[in-house]
Design a protein around this ligand. Structure first.
Ligand SMILES: [Cu+2]
Length: 381
C-alpha cells in the first residue's frame, strides 16, 4: 500500500468507527484537529491524519499479536512453557521495519517544516511584539503601529453576566491583512517569553525578548480568525487574545490610509498647545487602561504592594523623576517602563496623576506636556 492510498484509506475506517457510535458525526469531528484556512494548515492536517492512521495500524498489528498470543498460549492449552532464546531474523525485522516507518513519516513532515520555515520577505511585513499582557503590531512598510488589548468585559470574567460568544478571544483592535498576499510576521517580545498562536493559519511561534522569529501565511478566505498567547507568561497569560481579520485588498488599503492619517494627527497633537483640562481628561483614560490595576482608582494603591500616587512625593514635587519613572520603570519592581505609550498619552497620564486626588493642591501642581516627553527622549549629551 502506498502512502497516497493510505491517506485516503483512513476516512473509510473513521466512518466505520463513527457508525459504531451513537454520537453525531459532528461531535466526533469536533475532537479532531481543525483544517485551518491556508495551504500550510491543510498540509499540517493531512500529516496529522496520516501519522494518526499509521499509529492506529501499528496499534492494531501489535495488539492483535499480543491478544492472539495470550489466547493461544494459555496455561490450559500449553501447560509447559516453551524455552527459546533469540531469533536473529525477527530481531532484525523489528529493528528495520520501525526504522523504515519512521523514515516514511519524516519525509513528508520535513517537507512541510521546510516550507513553514521560509523567512523571505512578504508583501506585507508585520512586527509582532508580546507585552505583559497584550500584543503590539507594527506594519513595517506603512509605519503603522498599535496595541491590541483584550476587550472582554470584566463582568463576563467575574461571572456577573453570561459569557459572550468570543469570550477572552476579542480585542479592541484587530490585525488586518489583505487576502491572497504573502504576510510575514516578525515575532518578538518586550518582557518575558510569549507565543503567537493562530491555529487557522498553523502558526505558533515563540516571542522571545532579543530574538526575532518569523512566520508567514497566505490566506485565501476573508474572515475573522482568533488565537491566543500560548506561552505561560504571567498572571494574565490567559488574557492575551489574537484576532486577525482577512479582508479584500481595497478594504485593506482604505484601513491603511485611515491608520496613517490617525498617526499623522497624533504627531500633530504633540506640537499643539495643551490646556490642563485637555491633558487631565485624556490622562484619566490612559490611567484607567494602564495604571488602575495597581495604583487603584483613587490613586490609593495597595498598601505594602503598590504605592499610593495620591500624596506621593514624586507626584507632588518631582516632575523630572515622575517622567523618568514612567519612561524607565523601576528595576526589580512591578513598575514597568511605559515608554511604548505615545508622547501625548504619557504627558496626559503624568499630568492626570499630578492633578487628581488633591495632588495639585498639596504639591507644585506642575503639568507635563507632550513636548517634555519628546525632550526626554532626545539623546542626552
Ligand atoms: Cu503571553
Amino acid at each position: 500500500m502506498t502512502l497516497k492510498s493510505l491517506k485516503n484509506f483512513p476516512n473509510k475506517l473513521f466512518f466505520i468507527f463513527i457508525l459504531f457510535t451513537n454520537s453525531a458525526k459532528a461531535d466526533w469531528f469536533a475532537l479532531n484537529m481543525t483544517r485551518g484556512v491556508t495551504d500550510i494548515s491543510n498540509e499540517v492536517f493531512e500529516l496529522h491524519m496520516l501519522i494518526f492512521w499509521i499509529c492506529v495500524a501499528i496499534g492494531v498489528v501489535v495488539f492483535s499479536v499480543m491478544f492472539y498470543s495470550m489466547y493461544a498460549h494459555t496455561k490450559k492449552k500449553n501447560p509447559v512453557a516453551a524455552t527459546f532464546h533469540e531469533n536473529t531474523k525477527i530481531e532484525i525485522a523489528w529493528t528495520i521495519i520501525p526504522f523504515l516507518i519512521l523514515i516514511a513519516m519524516a519525509i513528508p513532515a520535513s517537507k512541510t517544516l521546510v516550507s513553514i520555515y521560509d523567512d523571505e520577505a512578504g508583501d506585507v511585513n508585520i512586527q509582532v511584539t508580546g507585552y505583559q499582557w497584550k500584543w503590539q503590531y507594527r506594519y513595517l512598510e506603512d509605519d503603522i503601529s498599535f496595541f491590541a488589548n483584550p476587550a472582554t468585559d470584566l463582568d463576563e470574567i467575574y461571572n456577573l453576566v453570561p459569557k459572550g460568544e468570543n469570550y477572552l478571544q476579542e480585542v479592541d483592535e484587530m490585525v488586518l491583512i489583505p487576502v491572497g498576499k504573502k504576510i510575514r510576521f516578525l515575532i518578538t517580545a518586550n518582557d518575558v517569553i510569549h507565543s503567537w498562536w493562530m491555529p487557522a493559519f498553523a502558526i505558533k511561534q515563540d516571542a522571545i525578548p532579543g530574538f526575532v522569529n518569523t512566520a508567514w501565511t497566505i490566506v485565501d478566505k476573508p474572515g475573522i480568525y482568533r488565537g491566543k498567547c500560548t506561552e505561560l507568561c504571567g498572571k494574565n497569560h490567559g488574557f492575551m487574545p489574537i484576532v486577525v481579520k482577512v479582508v479584500e485588498q481595497d478594504e485593506y488599503d482604505e484601513w491603511v490610509g485611515e491608520k496613517k492619517e490617525a498617526a499623522f494627527k497624533m504627531a500633530e497633537l504633540t506640537t499643539k498647545d495643551w490646556s490642563v483640562e485637555e491633558l487631565v481628561s485624556r490622562g484619566e483614560d490612559v490611567y484607567a487602561l494602564n495604571c488602575v490595576a495597581c495604583h487603584q482608582t483613587a490613586g490609593q494603591g495597595i498598601p505594602g504592594i503598590f504605592p499610593a500616587l495620591a500624596g506621593s512625593d514624586i507626584a507632588l514635587n518631582n516632575k523630572a523623576r515622575h517622567i523618568e519613572i514612567l519612561m524607565e520603570g523601576v528595576q526589580g519592581a512591578a513598575m514597568n517602563s511605559f515608554d511604548y505609550l505615545s508622547e501625548v498619552e504619557l504627558a496626559a497620564v503624568i499630568t492626570y496623576t499630578r492633578q487628581a486626588w488633591g495632588n495639585a493642591e498639596s504639591g507644585d501642581g506642575e503639568i507635563v506636556i507632550p513636548k517634555d516627553i519628546v525632550d526626554y527622549k532626545k539623546p542626552k549629551i
